[in-house]
Ligand binder design. Structure first.
Ligand SMILES: CC(C)(COP(=O)(O)OP(=O)(O)OC[C@H]1O[C@@H](n2cnc3c(N)ncnc32)[C@H](O)[C@@H]1OP(=O)(O)O)[C@@H](O)C(=O)NCCC(=O)NCCS
Length: 462
């Protein structure tokens, strides 16, 4: 039986093209501060016509394998989580197979998992469960979360983003799953869904999705605490974890979510809530569940009470989601990557609780424990490989007009065939894959920008 199964290595890719939320506020004619303070977002990354979920995953996987010196033959399972549909049958996983076929490895289990932003977590659980199971063949698993989050013009558009994350899964990992501690909540809701197959945009009931998210959070926390308490014979509270990582459609919801956990701890009479906070929360103790989701006063007071703990336990996880935007399946793991980026020198031995939410809806709260690990599979090497600061700094800011223009072109291209892209990879870093063509049979072709900064014409991914 494999021990200490978890994340051995991690790489993140997000497009180098972005738009500042402040500029978007002015362009959209909304009040100043609505996107930056109201939603808590700084910047939004987006794919131009040369990038998509496949090219981003090709980039994330190849750079992970290269930077950690992993032999593609050592991968026995590859799982992809995504909600960005480019083909109703062919999995994104199969687009990644040429990387492995080149070294003669086609013996790789796994396909794609989809349920809004939860698909990445389903893929991750599949991989971890495989390594912990009797069908494990001793090789490592690889999980890819990849999405381009785009919305029609309107209030949801500033909550877009794009990224791909690749995670190597195996034993003796520096990020270990505490697999027994999990609480899930699965239910039927129409809060966000994509019924129109001719469009990349979702149908979204923004307010309902916030309530569904918070209800799922409460339910997962209840189940999580129950399981923890049964196994450990002591009460769980937010004091039992050093950090909390949330799926982040936009930062304001993360602030509200953590405050909700503090309120839950108050209702459970947990030791994490001090006397002064108890006094402040007391007027809300008799609210019904439904009333509590709509109480603006509770929201305000609980966020105020939670603020010092938020700064300590959540703020270090927010960098990439604030600067890149919602990355759907990759969003939670980008928050986890932010934590590793910010705190890798002090994370050893600490527990972190993650909350994964996918509209529709599927949600799980689960627990990870950090170990320093040994190179190349160490927390410090993970931070060095991801090099988040450099990736953020080397981006190109587009004016909002150019962003809107790109969205229009992408609407036109979605589901289309028989076109070649501009093949302009001048903004991409060497080693980045890009889309060159979709032929008359909808087959997609990709190329890789070479190290000498020229655009390589050799086709990959097909
Ligand atoms: C989230 C969403 C509903 C917000 O759109 P909206 O209804 O136009 O926005 P609101 O009017 O509620 O404003 C958003 C916030 O900014 C605040 N705000 C508005 N103008 C502001 C300003 N000038 N300065 C500071 N804050 C401001 C609002 O008070 C509100 O804060 P609150 O949530 O604490 O009440 C919309 O972006 C959306 O649908 N997003 C996609 C759905 C999603 O991601 N759901 C998450 C679950 S997965």
């Amino acid at each position: 039986m494999a021990k200490d199964v978890g994340i051995l290595a991690m790489e993140i890719y997000f497009p180098p093209t972005c738009v500042q939320q402040e500029a978007l506020e002015a362009h959209d004619g909304v009040s100043k501060g609505k996107y930056t303070i109201g939603l808590g977002q700084g910047c939004l990354a987006f794919c131009t016509e040369v990038e998509d979920v496949v090219s981003m995953s090709l980039t994330a996987v190849t750079t992970l394998l290269e930077k950690y010196g992993i032999d593609p033959k050592q991968i026995g399972r590859l799982e992809v989580g995504s909600e960005t549909v480019i083909d109703k049958s062919k999995s994104i996983k199969t687009f990644l197979m040429p990387i492995f076929e080149a070294s003669g490895n086609t013996d790789i289990e796994g396909v794609d998992s989809t349920n809004a932003c939860y698909g990445g977590t389903a893929a991750l659980f599949n991989c971890v469960n495989w390594v912990e199971s009797s069908s494990w063949d001793g090789r490592n698993g690889l999980v890819v979360c990849t999405d381009s989050a785009v919305y029609a013009e309107g209030p949801a558009r500033p909550t877009g983003g794009a990224a791909a994350i690749a995670m190597l899964i195996g034993p003796d990992a520096p990020v270990v799953f505490e697999s027994k501690f999990r609480g899930s909540h699965m239910s039927h809701a129409y809060d966000f869904y994509k019924p129109n197959l001719a469009s990349e945009y979702p149908v979204v009931d923004g307010k309902l999705s916030q309530t569904c998210y918070l209800m799922a959070l409460d339910s997962c926390y209840k189940h999580f605490c129950h399981k923890f308490e049964k196994l450990e014979a002591k009460q769980f509270s937010i004091s039992d974890a050093a950090y909390f990582v949330f799926h982040s459609p936009y930062n304001k919801l993360v602030q509200k979510s953590f405050a909700r956990l503090v309120f839950n701890d108050y209702l459970r009479n947990a030791s994490s809530v001090d006397e002064l906070s108890k006094e402040k929360l007391a007027p809300f103790s008799s609210l019904s569940g439904d009333e509590s989701y709509s109480s603006r006063d509770l929201e305000k007071v609980s966020q105020q009470v939670a603020k010092p703990l938020y700064d300590e336990k959540v703020q270090p996880t927010t960098l990439i989601p604030k600067q890149v935007g919602n990355m759907y399946t990759a969003s939670l793991y980008a928050a986890c990557a932010s934590l590793i980026h910010n705190k890798h020198t002090t994370l050893g031995g600490k527990r972190v609780i993650l909350f994964s939410y996918g509209s529709g809806l599927a949600a799980t709260m689960f627990s990870l424990r950090f170990r320093d690990g040994q190179n190349p599979f160490s927390l410090s090497n993970m931070a060095a490989v991801m090099d988040v600061e450099k990736k953020l700094k080397s981006r190109h800011e587009f004016p909002p007009e150019k962003f809107v223009e790109t969205m229009k072109l992408m609407e036109h291209r979605y589901g289309a065939k028989d076109f070649v892209t501009s093949k302009d990879c001048s903004l991409l870093s060497p080693g980045t894959y890009y889309l060159t063509e979709v032929d008359s049979m909808y087959r997609r072709f990709y190329a890789k920008k070479t190290k000498d900064s020229s655009c390589d014409k050799s086709l990959a991914g097909h």
